[in-house]
Design a protein around this ligand. Structure first.
Ligand code: SAM
Length: 303
């Protein structure tokens, strides 16, 4: 039988395990718990001065006792309001209350996050080290960020001295948010361009060459704004990679990332003769060790 004590111990253990790393690196936004115990199907993030608890798919009749206990224990670990968000398909549970927007500092950069307004908050924390990696290779480079969302990867590339960044996302809401993130960091508007467009259409029509392309498509997407029909990363990812490689200069790097668990690169794309390195383990930060995060590969163009 499920022992609540086991769950409480787990929270405490994880908190102790991460504290040294959090303090040393000034990490303001990190993952404490991710469905570690089957009977406690929650994801718990510490987000600056509050807690964000996501309720995942479950078969429990009533999650309230577990959620009440969780809120009490979290407040003992660190003060702050606890916000509960539903991630289940039927959306029976709503958010407990609206959490105001927050500005998170990460890697010396500022990002606006909206903890409860949308399903995601505006910053994917499993990409923390990937962003750092992009910053480390961007100096003087022309960087294309596809499916750029709120532009955090572009911000790191600009901070790393990119010659310019071009970011493409289909959503006007995210383009605006990206603009806000650039302004928060007081970037020179000449160093970045934000396009609200379909990435596949952009790739087919663009004649530009880039040194670095970061491509992080959704697992699945079908929006009214997408005139090319549905997108599924296993089905269309290979074609996307090939289009990206055409836009890379000789020696250029494509960083391809996906969080689709069943994704098989070798099934999507002919990897023979390609210079490919999987970066997933190298770019996994402490709060995601042994957990599921995105997978990513570096593919170099050489001809
Ligand atoms: C997984 S998120 C990308 C996360 C982002 N790379 C990051 O690291 O913060 C997916 C994004 O793809 C965008 N998107 C979905 N379909 C698109 C399409 N066909 N063309 C352009 N953007 C698209 C969504 O609006 C969303 O912002």
């Amino acid at each position: 039988m499920f022992e609540l004590k086991e769950f409480e111990n787990r929270l405490e253990k994880r908190w102790r395990h991460l504290q040294k790393w959090v303090k040393k690196n000034d990490v303001e936004y990190f993952r404490l718990y991710d469905r570690d115990i089957h009977q406690a199907p929650l994801i718990i993030d510490r987000l600056k001065d509050c807690w964000l608890v996501w309720v995942c798919e479950h078969d429990s009749e009533d999650m309230n006792p577990l959620l009440m206990l969780t809120a009490d224990r979290l407040k003992e670990l660190a003060i702050g309001e606890v916000f509960i968000k539903d991630r289940t398909k039927d959306k029976r549970l709503k958010i407990t209350s609206e959490c105001p927007d927050k500005i998170i500092t990460e890697g010396g950069l500022k990002f606006k996050v909206k903890p409860t307004q949308y399903l995601d908050t505006g910053l994917f924390i499993d990409h923390r080290l990937l962003r750092e990696y992009i910053r480390s290779i961007s100096k003087g480079k022309r960087v294309l960020n596809l499916f750029s969302y709120t532009g955090s990867v572009s911000c790191y590339a600009i901070a790393g001295g990119a010659a310019f960044t071009r970011s493409v996302d289909i959503s006007p809401v995210y383009s605006e948010w990206h603009q806000e993130n650039c302004e928060l960091n007081m970037f020179d508007p000449n160093t970045y361009g934000i396009l609200t467009r379909d990435c596949r259409k952009f790739l087919w029509e663009s004649k530009e060459q880039f040194d670095i392309i970061f491509c992080d498509p959704p697992s699945f997407s079908q929006t009214k704004r997408n005139h090319l029909g549905h997108f599924q990363v296993q089905e269309h990812g290979g074609e996307l990679i090939e289009q990206c490689l055409k836009r890379l200069c000789n020696g250029g790097q494509l960083i391809f990332s996906t969080n689709f668990r069943k994704f098989k690169l070798e099934k999507a794309f002919n990897i023979n003769g390609q210079k490919i390195k999987e970066l997933t383990n190298q770019l996994c930060s402490k709060d995601f060790e042994g957990k599921w995060g995105s997978r990513c590969w570096e593919i170099k163009r050489s001809n």
